[in-house]
Ligand binder design. Structure first.
Ligand code: ASP
Ligand code: MG
Length: 406
């Protein structure tokens, strides 16, 4: 007997037929003798619709009320799945975040889970009961509903698996697993059997949308065995595991891309101590996340160019923050460009092998693609390029690193 957490994303519970199908998958695990906790997302499209209502309702000053509205999608699916399970003879009970309870911090709209009380659930497992959780939600220190940020049901599932000391956390979604790159762009992309937590973390934060980044952080911290698999077929998915479980590590495991980047350049800022703090401090104060940064060589010794990226949605705000500071920062000009894409090659094999960056640069150079910004970390090399080259870059890199399916 194992204890498993099964999480179903929005497309897997998109309508009652699919919810019935999900119920059969749950029943199969119960019939196999396992203890099962299920976590569900809202039906696909529902969260967006709810956010649309909130946006139209008026100026949003109070994220507590945002949370009340947007958490409701998951409440519906958890109840519906419990009903369907009961109707096929499975002893099931729905759970909202406050009922377990799933305790979070007070950052409404993007709360973090602090602790989950599981004693009652475990006692009910003993009585053969299946718990069906509304994902994406918890209860804040103020006693009010909190939500975990977009995609947060993944984190609900992993946190629950950690608290329950589950043997597995299966994330059922509309793809078969984690691919070497986006199969919609590169037809030769391959499904990975295994990927390390660290690689998955980079893939998720670099734009691969299968798992919420926080869920991977949590899985890594608590060594939760996560499997990403399809709810539409029985194929084995991708296991996200510790590095020591991967026998044959490829140099590069995956190539991610993000179109959600915009480039800002401050031309000729004075090259003096404190200038980076003067630029990035106010951006941070405005809650604008900066990703890649390059400061160019100062040819005249007095001034330098500072280029960096922010998300596309933050670009206009970042520009106005910096325009207001023009008198203080004394730059000559400011340019911004939303038509860029960040492409990242990722692999733990980079730690022990040189030449990964070189291969990336020569491959892209051969295609005549100009690299606007480069950044590296221990297991990742990222480049920023003009958006029109995204597909060409992905395809040629996929081939160059030997990732193409046979
Ligand atoms: N329904 C929420 C969202 O779309 C949470 C989730 O599905 O993970 O962000
Ligand atoms: Mg999701």
């Amino acid at each position: 007997m194992s204890r498993i957490v099964m999480k179903f994303g929005g497309t897997s519970v998109a309508d009652l037929d699919r919810i019935r199908h999900v119920a059969q998958r749950v029943k199969a695990e119960v019939d196999a003798g396992h203890e099962v906790a299920v976590v569900v997302s809202a039906m696909s499209g529902v969260t967006n619709q709810l956010i649309g209502y909130v946006d139209s309702a008026g100026k949003l000053a109070d994220l507590r009320e945002y949370d009340v509205v947007v958490s409701s999608g998951e409440q519906v699916t958890s109840g519906l799945l419990a009903i369907v399970l009961q109707s096929i003879g499975v002893n099931a009970r729905s759970w909202l975040g406050w009922q377990a309870p799933i305790r979070t911090d007070g950052s409404h709209g993007s709360a973090r889970i602090r602790e989950i009380e599981v004693e009652d659930l475990i006692r009910r497992f003993g009585e053969g009961q299946v718990a069906v959780f509304a994902g994406f939600q918890g209860i804040g220190p103020d006693g009010r509903i909190s939500t975990l940020g977009r995609g947060g049901s993944d984190t609900s599932a992993v946190a629950l698996a950690a608290a329950l000391k589950a043997d597995r956390c299966d994330i059922y979604t509309d793809v078969d697993g984690v691919y070497t790159t986006d199969p919609r762009i590169v037809t030769k992309a391959r499904k990975l059997d295994k990927i390390t937590y660290e690689e998955m973390l980079e893939m998720a934060s670099q734009g691969a949308k299968v798992l919420q980044t926080r869920s991977v952080e949590m899985a890594m911290k608590h060594s939760v065995r996560v499997q990403v698999r399809s709810s539409f077929n029985d194929a084995e998915g991708t296991l996200v595991v510790d590095e020591d479980e991967i026998v044959e590590d490829a140099l590069v495991s995956g190539i991610a891309y993000s179109r959600d980047e915009a480039k800002i350049t401050l031309i000729r800022v004075p090259d003096r101590p404190g200038i980076a703090a003067g630029i990035f401090g106010p951006l941070a104060d405005a809650s604008i996340n900066v990703d890649m940064i390059v400061q160019s060589y100062s040819a005249d010794g007095n001034s330098t160019d500072m280029t960096f990226t922010v998300t596309k949605t933050d670009m206009d705000r970042a520009v106005s923050v910096l325009e207001e500071l023009r008198g203080e920062l004394k730059y000559d000009a400011l340019t911004s460009d939303p038509n860029v894409v960040k492409v990242s090659v990722i692999g733990v094999g980079m730690r022990s092998h040189a030449g990964v960056a070189k291969k990336m640069f020569t491959t892209l150079a051969d295609k005549g693609i100009n690299l606007q910004v480069i950044s590296t970390s221990e297991i990742k090399v990222s480049v920023l390029l003009a958006e029109e080259y995204a597909e060409l870059a992905l395809r040629s890199l996929h081939t160059a690193y030997g990732l193409d399916a046979a």
